[in-house]
Design a binder for this molecule. Structure first.
Ligand code: FAD
Ligand code: 2HG
Ligand code: ZN
Length: 449
C-alpha cells in the first residue's frame, strides 16, 4: 500500500521514518498521541482522491490533518489503531475575487497567510483565532471553528459558499466555485462543516469575505465579578452594532500570562474579571467616542484601558490570546470548551470552581463571553484520568449547555456526546457516516467510539 501511495504522491511525500512522523503523531495539547503507518502529503484534489481510494480498498484508517492545532485529539492517530495521517498542507492554492469579496482556498492554506493575501485586497475572513499562524482553512471548516468574532459574524459554517471534498472511496463532491444561492438538494458545505474529518476530506473551500474595516478600537474592562461582566456585555451588545468581540478572562489567568510573558499589569488595580471588547468600523475617533461612551454609561467598572493604535490593541489582546500557550507551560491541560445559557453562567462558574477545587486541581477559566462560551482548563489530573472532564461536562449539560461550543467532539468528548444529543439524533448521524464511509476509514474513533 505504501508503495502505491508513493506512486501517487511521489516518495518524498510519504514519510515513514519515526523522526519525520513524530510531529504529526502528537496533538497540540500533548494529551493525545498515536502511531502513524505513514504521513502522506498529497498535492492536489486528484491525489487525495487516489490516496483515499487505495486506503478504502485496504480498509486502512485515515486521519486528515491540517495545522494540528485541534484541541480534542481528532487530528492524530488513536493509540488503539495505527492510521495513515493525511496531511493536507500542500493544498495551498488560493484565488481571491477582489471585486465580489469571495475566495476559493485550498484546504491546507494557513489562516494567517490567507489573511495577509485577502487584507491586501480589501477583504477579510470573518473568522479569526489565536492559532492563526498554524491552523488551516480545511481544519477550520472541518471543526466549524468559532474564534473571536462569532458575536458579530458567526462561525466558519456561516462563511462557506461551497466546499469541495473527497469522500472515503475517492469520490469528489461539492461544486467549487459554488453559487451564492443554490438550493439544489443537500448543501455539502453544511454537511461537512463540523464533521471533524469523519465524512470527507475538505480539499477546497469557497469563502464569503467581509470588507476590511479600517478602524479598530479595543478596551480592557476590569470588573468585580462575572455578574457585572455579563451586565456590561448585554449593554454593549445593545448599544454598539460595531461590536466585534467580547472576551473574558480572570485575574489568575492574567497573572499567569504575565508570569510567562513578562508583561506589566494591564490596569491600575488587579480586577477579578477582565473583559476584552473590540469594535471595528470606518472612523477611529468615532469608535473611541462610542466605545468610551458606552463603557462609561454601562458603569460598574473598577478600571478600564482603551487602545486605538495597532501596537496598543495587540498588547491588550495578548492578555487574552496568550492564555492557551501560558496554560501549557504548567502541564498537560484538560480542555473543556462549553457553552452555557447566559442565565445559568453564574451558577456554572460557582459550581465549576467548587468541582475543580474539590478535586485538588487548578482551574484557569476564560472564553468568548459574548457567545456564552467558556474555556475550562484544568491542570493537575493525569492525562488519562477523565473524571474531572466528565464532571465538568455533566455540569454544563445539566445547566442546559453544550459539551462543545467550538472545538468539537474529537476523541476527547465522545463519551459525553450523548449527554446533549438524543439517541435519535446520534442514530441519524451514524446513518450519515455509514452512508458516506461504509468501511469507517475516515477518522475512526472521532465522534463515535
Ligand atoms: P487540525 O488540528 O489539523 O484538525 C482538526 C480536525 O479537523 C481533526 O479532526 C482533523 O481530522 C480534521 N481536519 C483537518 N483538516 C481537514 C481537512 N482538510 N478535511 C477534513 N478534515 C480535516 N478553535 C476555535 O474554534 N476557536 C478559537 O478561538 C481557537 N483558538 C485556538 C487557539 C490556540 C492557541 C490553539 C492551539 C487552538 C485554537 N483553536 C480554536 C482550535 C483549533 O485551532 C481549531 O479547531 C482549528 O480549526 C483547527 O485547524 P487545523 O488546521 O489545525 O486542524
Ligand atoms: C481560545 O479561545 C481557544 O483561545 C483555545 O479556543 C481555548 O485553550 C483553550 O482552552
Ligand atoms: Zn475559543
Amino acid at each position: 500500500v505504501l508503495n502505491r501511495l508513493a506512486t501517487i504522491v511521489r516518495s518524498q511525500h510519504v514519510l515513514t521514518e519515526p523522526d519525520e512522523r513524530a510531529g504529526y503523531e502528537i496533538d497540540w495539547t500533548r494529551r493525545y498521541r498515536g502511531d502513524a503507518l505513514a504521513v502522506v502529503r498529497p498535492g492536489s484534489t486528484a491525489e487525495v482522491a487516489q490516496v483515499l481510494s487505495v486506503c478504502n480498498e485496504g480498509s486502512i484508517a485515515v486521519v486528515p490533518q491540517g495545522g494540528n492545532t485541534g484541541l480534542v485529539g481528532g487530528s492524530v492517530p488513536r493509540p488503539d489503531r495505527a492510521a495513515v495521517v493525511l496531511s493536507l498542507a500542500r493544498l495551498d492554492e488560493c484565488s481571491i475575487d477582489a471585486q465580489h469579496g469571495e475566495a476559493v482556498v485550498g484546504g491546507g492554506v494557513i489562516l494567517e497567510s490567507f489573511q495577509e493575501a485577502s487584507r491586501a485586497s480589501g477583504w477579510d475572513l470573518a473568522v479569526d483565532l489565536a492559532a492563526r499562524g498554524s491552523c488551516t482553512i480545511g481544519g477550520m471548516v472541518a471543526t466549524n471553528a468559532g474564534g473571536e468574532h462569532v458575536v458579530r459574524y458567526g462561525p466558519m459554517a456561516q462563511q462557506l459558499i461551497g466546499v469541495e471534498a473527497v469522500l472515503a472511496d475517492g469520490t469528489v463532491v461539492g461544486h467549487v466555485p459554488a453559487l451564492r444561492k443554490d438550493n439544489t438538494g443537500y448543501h455539502w458545505a453544511g454537511i461537512l462543516a463540523g464533521s471533524e474529518g469523519t465524512l470527507g476530506v475538505v480539499t477546497r473551500a469557497h469563502l464569503r469575505l467581509v470588507a476590511v474595516l479600517p478602524a479598530r478600537v479595543v478596551a480592557l474592562l476590569g470588573l468585580p465579578d462575572l455578574e457585572a461582566a455579563l451586565a456590561v456585555t448585554g449593554k454593549l451588545r445593545r448599544t454598539l452594532p460595531e461590536l466585534n468581540a467580547v472576551e473574558v478572562c480572570f485575574a489568575d489567568g492574567i497573572d499567569l500570562v504575565r508570569s510567562v510573558t513578562g508583561m506589566p499589569a494591564p490596569l491600575s488595580q488587579r480586577a477579578p474579571v477582565n473583559v476584552v471588547v473590540e469594535t471595528a468600523g470606518d472612523d477611529v475617533d468615532l469608535l473611541v467616542d462610542r466605545l468610551g461612551g458606552a463603557v462609561a454609561a454601562a458603569g460598574g467598572m473598577l478600571d478600564s484601558a482603551i487602545a486605538s493604535t495597532e501596537a496598543d490593541r495587540a498588547r491588550l489582546w495578548r492578555y487574552r490570546e496568550a492564555h492557551t500557550e501560558a496554560i501549557s507551560t504548567l502541564g498537560v491541560p484538560h480542555k473543556l470548551d462549553v457553552s452555557i445559557p447566559f442565565d445559568r453562567m453564574l451558577e456554572f462558574e460557582r459550581r465549576v470552581r467548587a468541582l475543580v477545587s474539590d478535586a485538588g486541581a487548578q482551574l484557569v477559566l476564560f472564553g468568548h463571553l459574548g457567545d456564552g462560551n467558556l474555556h475550562v482548563n484544568v491542570l493537575g489530573p493525569s492525562a488519562d484520568d477523565a473524571r474531572i472532564d466528565d464532571a465538568v461536562l455533566d455540569l454544563a449539560a445539566s445547566l442546559g449547555g453544550s459539551i462543545s461550543a467550538e472545538h468539537g467532539i474529537g476523541i476527547a468528548k465522545r463519551s459525553a456526546f450523548a449527554r446533549t444529543r438524543s439517541t435519535a439524533e446520534l442514530d441519524a448521524m451514524r446513518a450519515i457516516k455509514r452512508a458516506l464511509d461504509p468501511r469507517a476509514i475516515l477518522n475512526p474513533g472521532v465522534l463515535f467510539s
